[in-house]
Write a new protein. Structure first.
Length: 287
């Protein structure tokens, strides 16, 4: 299995979205790397051709949104095969997916749905992650979700679930700092304690994004909409993450209300300032 050691040198990247592709090709801004959603590039055509041109100048990360690792039924091997072919073609330095489910009875749902954290769920997800890594021949990074509810019969905390998944499969973790903040605000919890419970050496990537603040009949609910600048609270939590995990490759995500490319690059520059301070200071993480 390939462990992508080059990833430690990536620095800060941005999620590549369609409105920015032409400008990226024309200007080649100083960005460390690019991440794309796998499902947008599984066919031939202009989008894939443009991505392959950008690949000449930027390392790539492939972020899947459709494997449905948490489904009780078997994985869609046709989808997995298409993902494998894309990864072979693009040779990304990082590959990731979500801790969620989105398929039932052969029908795909347009949502990343939550899981109960039980031993049964853990066994299913571990089996699916192991199978995926065997097919892809690389380590898969698993992203923690943003949460809006907690199953009453969950008996394992989310960080513990992720840590056990790492132990059973050898996978890595994609630590989405905004998701941690959103989940802890919505469900009650300490985001710093959450970070501190994750296994340090497993974290291979960090995501940062903005969120929306909604009023639900007098109760504040945060929505992980990737539609705004990173909040001050999430920047502070990112600083703690870097102190614990070290200068892990970091991505700025922006998927709704997509701004000009310059705005996205400015967010990346802010992350680079945190990143450089972490490199200079070292980090105190333990396994």
């Amino acid at each position: 299995m390939v462990h992508m050691t080059m990833s430690t040198k990536l620095g800060v990247g941005i999620g590549l979205r369609a409105p920015h592709v032409a400008e990226m090709l024309a200007t080649r801004p100083a960005i460390g790397w690019l991440e794309v959603h796998a499902e947008n590039y599984m066919g031939e055509g202009a989008p894939l051709a443009a991505l392959e041109r950008l690949r000449a100048d930027y390392p790539l990360s492939v972020h899947g949104v459709g494997l449905s690792l948490g489904s009780a039924e078997a994985l869609d091997n046709r989808h997995l095969s298409r993902l494998q072919k894309l990864i072979t073609r693009l040779e990304p330095v990082l590959v990731s997916e979500h801790l969620s489910w989105s398929m039932a009875g052969g029908v795909y749902l347009n949502h990343l749905l939550p899981l109960p954290y039980t031993e049964e769920t853990l066994a299913i997800v571990a089996q699916h992650v192991t199978h995926t890594q065997e097919v892809l021949q690389c380590r898969l990074l698993i992203e923690n979700p943003s949460s809006y509810l907690r199953f009453a019969h969950s008996v394992i905390s989310e960080p513990e679930f992720l840590g056990e998944l790492v132990q059973r499969t050898g996978c890595g973790l994609l630590c989405d700092v905004n998701n941690i903040y959103v989940s802890c605000c919505n469900l009650g919890g300490d985001p710093v304690a959450y970070l501190d419970a994750l296994p340090v050496r497993a974290v291979g990537e960090i995501h940062l994004a903005g969120h929306a603040i909604n009023d639900a009949d007098g109760q504040t609910i945060l929505i992980d909409d990737h539609g705004a600048p990173v909040s001050d609270a999430v920047w502070a939590l990112y600083g703690h993450a870097l102190a614990r995990f070290g200068p892990v490759p970091t991505l700025i995500e922006w998927d709704t209300n997509i701004p000009e490319l310059a705005v996205l690059c400015a967010e990346a520059h802010t992350a680079e300032c945190f990143f450089q301070r972490a490199e200079e200071a070292g980090y105190a993480g333990v396994a």
